[in-house]
Design a protein around this ligand. Structure first.
Ligand code: SF4
Length: 343
């Protein structure tokens, strides 16, 4: 799709419309070795107050999807070649760059994995948080400082007032991630996208940061998208899960249903590879093989070289996302029913 062509204006939002509706999104990267189809027809929605976890191995397209939604995709080499990203009723892909910039930060915000490289090392955290209010809300230095301390309190940083003058390196990894969350929350956005927000943290701190995000999402009634490679991290906080593989969504389900009865062999493989306390001493069931290069995704079902259930049809026929799996569920596996019947 040529994005330089003007498109008709977006219709006004309906009251039932989800906060974010992504439809048939396609993103490709042109490289010296060919064209990588990083996101290949991805659709999902997030409502206010809801948490969607987007799960997948590295290279599955989950972070590229998030960057496309945020409008921070590197172009070139990336290029959105099709689809729609409708946020609060407006198709973001048709908006002028200046409009999108205004939405970013104020209406939707992102939390990155690496807080240390996302924060300015030579400015105090209080200054950096306060800057959001000075730049976007015209606050005075004193007002901005007060707002920064209030935000630090909100994300449960002990002795916030005393610590507002400290620099990023003076905080632990978990506290720095809280500061990133505070930055994202500053302008009270309607949607937060958190890209692997706890990957660099140890397990206990991971749980605390996840709990904080879940509490704030409830308090602010925001939509939250959690991008992760770790199914174990999202079990307690997500409402819905979308599993990505080789640029496509291969399964979507409410979180409890997906854990109870996965309808795609890839999801089942991910669940089987989570360490469990009652299986101490046993080998973990890792999924065999590696994800494909996005330059050469296998024909048919992209998962077939790694799938223990693969049949000849899987090598030739690409499975659609079958929507009849159950309420709110879909699976891109020809044999989803067989998998559910096994349970
Ligand atoms: Fe496995 Fe075939 Fe299902 Fe793909 S379509 S996940 S290869 S059984």
């Amino acid at each position: 799709m040529n994005r330089t062509q003007p498109r008709p204006p977006s219709p006004p939002p309906s009251p039932e419309a989800p906060l974010l509706a992504v439809r048939d999104l396609r993103v490709e990267f042109r490289t010296r070795d060919g064209v990588a189809q990083a996101v290949n027809g991805v659709s999902f929605g997030v409502s206010a107050g809801e948490t969607l976890a987007v799960l997948g191995e590295s290279g599955s397209g989950k972070s590229v999807t998030a960057q496309a939604v945020m409008g921070i995709l590197d172009t070139p080499p990336g290029r959105i070649t099709g689809g729609e990203i409708r946020f609060e009723g407006r198709d973001l892909l048709t908006l002028p760059a200046e409009e999108r910039r205004k939405i970013r930060g104020a209406r939707m915000a992102m939390i990155f994995q690496d807080a240390l490289s996302s924060l300015n090392p030579v400015l105090s955290v209080g200054y950096q948080l306060g800057e959001m209010f000075r730049v976007h809300r015209g606050a005075s230095r004193k007002e901005a400082r007060a707002k920064a301390v209030e935000l630090m309190d909100r994300v449960r940083i002990p002795a916030a007032r005393a610590r507002a003058g400290d620099y990023p390196h003076q905080f632990s990894g978990g506290m720095r991630q809280r500061i990133m969350i505070a930055m994202a929350l500053a302008l009270e956005p309607r949607l937060i996208i958190a890209d692997e927000p706890t990957t660099a943290l140890d397990v206990t701190v991971q749980a605390q940061v996840m709990e904080l995000l879940a509490d704030l999402r409830r308090e602010y009634r925001m939509g939250l998208i959690l991008i992760t490679h770790d199914l174990g991290v999202v079990a307690d906080v997500a409402d819905e899960i979308a599993v990505m593989y080789a640029g496509r969504i291969v399964e979507t389900a409410p979180v409890g249903e997906l854990y109870r009865a996965p309808a795609h062999p890839y999801t089942k493989g991910l669940l089987d590879s989570i360490p469990r306390l009652d299986q101490k001493g046993q080998r973990l069931n890792a999924i065999k093989g590696l994800p494909p290069s996005l330059l050469s995704v296998p024909p048919g079902c992209g998962f077939h070289p790694r799938c223990p259930m693969a049949r000849p049809v899987c090598r030739t026929d690409e499975p659609p996302l079958y929507g009849e799996v159950g309420p709110g569920r879909a699976s891109a596996c020809h044999f989803w029913k067989e998998l559910l019947d096994e349970r």
